[in-house]
Design a protein around this ligand. Structure first.
Ligand code: ATP
Ligand code: FE
Length: 349
């Protein structure tokens, strides 16, 4: 089966074509970032993002189909992100998907962007169900038990900033270019992680939640005290922050893994492309007797291959809405993965 995926929830316009049979084959996966458009403003500007998605989504979709040598009538499904995210961008992508579906008669499957991240490990063989998922991205930091498509149970979530957001804010404070995560990781390699003391959030608290706002404050204070920041101080600050952020992620994940008894640990989302985090998660899985898997870096950050796969799997599990409901669906800016399905316009909330 050939599936087209479309993604437009943040600042990447993406399209992908998957061929799914016994195995999952990614025939094409195009991701067009908008970093340059947002750079002058020091962060993602929703209006600029929405316009860029509207301008690019058809071009990117055409590129993905051309690279896969697939034409629209050959498709079995069109899967498109319907939330959560910046609503203007989600609308631009999802409305394009609706139009394409109506014009071609190929069924539309609305996909929760987080479901895409949660199932992204399936692009490379998948993991044993149920697995404990550490979802660490720009907008979310959660521990979830994934029992299958459409079946997520949340164990913990951040009570303030997301991990990726903390990396981005720390990077911005040091004048590093966006995206902050990779910049911090690079800089941290040459830094002394012991130089700056960082808090250990939620120590002694029950549950599996996360908190990154204390670290953010500590970084700001340390940066002010050490100003003006030279290169080696920046590296030390990056290393100290990264070590503390990862220690916090590892601690909560380890506790959740022990409690849940899951046999497999999976990481997903942009921060899961951090190589230090990946190797520490691998070590954690090993000492816990669990397997560890995280998707390749290009499938950790936003992409449409994961959306196509999630759409296909939801459809195969009988969890996709009817075509009528899909076309009437209102995209959602907020849409928890373990919550109810997206509302259909004119029915329910
Ligand atoms: P969400 O999925 O929650 O809606 P998003 O789609 O914007 O948010 P992703 O694309 O999954 O997020 O991830 C982007 C985030 O990942 C950014 O915050 C970025 O700084 C972070 N990130 C990317 N690479 C790394 C890295 N090597 N180390 C740490 N963080 C990283
Ligand atoms: Fe994302």
């Amino acid at each position: 089966q050939l599936v087209l995926g479309l993604e437009s929830s943040c600042d990447d316009t993406a399209a992908a074509v998957l061929c799914i049979g016994e195995d999952v084959e990614v025939l094409s996966s195009i991701v067009r970032g908008q970093d340059a458009a947002h750079a002058p403003f020091g962060g993602v500007v929703p209006e600029i993002a929405a316009r860029a998605h509207a301008d690019l989504i058809d071009i990117v979709a055409e590129e993905a189909l051309a690279e896969a040598e697939v034409s629209v009538p050959d498709l079995s499904l069109i899967a498109a992100t319907a939330g959560p995210g910046l609503i203007g961008g989600v609308m631009a992508g999802f409305t394009f998907a609706k139009g394409l579906s109506i014009a071609s008669g190929v069924p539309l499957v609305p996909v929760n962007h987080l479901e895409g991240h949660a199932l992204s490990v399936g692009l490379e063989g998948g993991a044993e169900l149920p697995y404990l998922l550490l979802l660490v991205s720009g907008g979310h930091t959660q521990l979830l038990i994934i029992e299958g498509p459409g079946q997520a149970r949340r164990l913990g979530t951040t009570i303030d900033d997301a991990a990726g957001e903390a990396f981005d804010k720390t990077a911005k404070l040091m004048g590093l270019p966006a995206p902050g995560g990779p910049a911090i990781e690079r800089l941290a390699r040459d830094g002394d992680a012991e130089r700056f003391a960082m808090p250990r959030p939620l120590l002694g608290r029950e549950g599996y939640d996360f908190s990154f706002s204390g670290m953010k404050t500590a970084v700001r204070q340390a940066a002010q005290e050490a100003a003006p920041l030279n290169e080696s101080t920046k590296a030390d600050l990056a290393a100290s922050f990264q070590k503390a952020a990862i220690a916090h992620l590892i601690r909560q994940t380890e506790r959740a893994l022990a409690q849940s008894g899951a046999k497999a640990l999976v990481a997903a989302g942009g921060v899961a492309s951090n190589s230090v985090l990946r190797s520490e998660l691998e070590a954690l899985a090993e000492r816990s007797g669990a397997s560890f898997k995280a998707p390749a870096l290009r499938y950790c950050t936003d992409n449409a291959a994961m959306i196509a796969l999630a759409g296909y799997q939801l459809h195969a599990a009988g969890l996709a809405p009817s075509q009528e409901d899909a076309l009437a669906l209102a995209p959602r800016p907020r849409w928890p993965l373990d919550g109810e399905a997206a509302p259909v316009i004119g029915r329910g909330k």
